[in-house]
Design a protein around this ligand. Structure first.
Ligand SMILES: C[S@@+](CC[C@H](N)C(=O)[O-])C[C@H]1O[C@@H](n2cnc3c(N)ncnc32)[C@H](O)[C@@H]1O
Length: 312
């Protein structure tokens, strides 16, 4: 749907407000039997409403290759650094074109900083002097803000192994993926909307990052899953796979929590929720209220909670 979605979103937000197409690797490589390449890519279209938008630049750790550039260690402090030139291309007639400490910048170049600033840097120990008296600037690894995140994301596969905790909702997204997006594009106190909330990953992450949130879903499965997630947190992936194998015929679309509620399966009382969300209200279509009450009654929420409203 990505190409159709792009055309629709261009119409809704305006083509200039398109920012990125992010490609995410959603699963491990597969061995396909049909005549095509394995499909491991998922696509995220990033749009903003206007040209003014919140952007908290996400960064990643430096790559091994970049780390190798920081090959020097300051003997006094043990800090790693690399050496970069103190001059830049272009001839200048002002003070940056004149000798500093008796050294002229190389032909066709100028000092990057005025002499007073160079003196200051040297006094702080930020300049490395080679044996033959050439100054270079030290760039410390511990002051590097990290590498700006690019548009191919390889680290956020969905429930892909037995060691992580999940809700068991069939389309549950990786929490770290949503954490990156919510943190980059909103600030604490802002409002995050997920109009297809599913397992509630976006909502849980938004809550954890102190954002307000609105979640919408028309599936009772999603509703039950979100409520349980808020109340009891996530469960280890291993349980879900096992139960799914056992009950596949009957429960193919059911969430882990529903299985546990209905069948009393393998509930680990010692599993303390990672985060409990209690400060929310539920708004529901009047004609579905009985269905929703029934779901709430089957969850472990205390009687009368969460508060339910049928207001529009
Ligand atoms: C791909 S899932 C969302 C997954 C979610 N991001 C997560 O982490 O679990 C899409 C969700 O949209 C819901 N949905 C589909 N059509 C809908 C509609 N017309 N109104 C509200 N929800 C809808 C489905 O019930 C499903 O839970």
């Amino acid at each position: 749907m990505i190409f159709a979605a792009k055309i629709i979103l261009d119409e809704i937000f305006g083509a200039p407000n398109y920012r990125n197409l992010i490609i995410r690797q959603k699963c491990n490589p597969k061995n396909y039997t049909r005549k095509a390449y394995g499909k491991t890519a998922d696509f995220i279209l990033f749009y903003t409403k206007t040209a003014q938008y919140i952007w908290n630049p996400p960064v990643e750790k430096l790559s091994e290759k970049s780390l190798k550039e920081y090959q020097y260690i300051e003997p006094e402090t043990g800090r790693r650094f690399m050496k970069v030139p103190l001059h830049a291309p272009g001839t200048r007639n002002g003070e940056t074109g004149k000798p500093w400490r008796g050294i002229l910048p190389p032909p066709g170049k100028h000092w990057q900083y005025p002499p007073a600033k160079l003196d200051e840097m040297d006094a702080r120990g930020d300049i490395f002097w080679s044996k033959n008296g050439n100054p270079r600037r030290k760039v410390y690894l511990d002051q590097h803000p990290g590498m700006g995140v690019q548009d191919i994301w390889l680290d956020f596969r969905d429930a892909h192994n037995q060691n992580i905790k999940i809700t068991g909702y069939p389309t549950e997204k990786n929490s770290d993926l949503l954490r990156r997006i919510v943190a980059a594009s909103s600030n604490p106190g802002d409002l995050v909307l997920d109009c297809f909330a599913g397992s509630g990953t976006t909502l849980a992450v938004a809550d954890e990052l102190q954002r307000n949130w609105i979640g919408v879903d028309n599936s009772p499965e999603a509703f039950a899953t979100i409520l349980e997630r808020f109340h009891r947190g996530l469960k280890p992936m291993g349980d879900y796979s096992e139960h799914r194998r056992q009950w596949e015929d009957r429960y193919i679309q059911r969430s882990l929590f529903e299985l546990m509620i209905n069948e009393g399966l393998n509930e680990d009382e010692t599993n303390i929720p990672e985060s409990i969300v209690t400060d929310f209200s539920v708004y529901i279509d009047r004609d579905r209220i009985a269905e929703v009450r029934h779901i709430i009654d089957r969850t472990s929420f205390p009687q009368g909670f969460p508060p339910i409203s049928t207001d529009p």
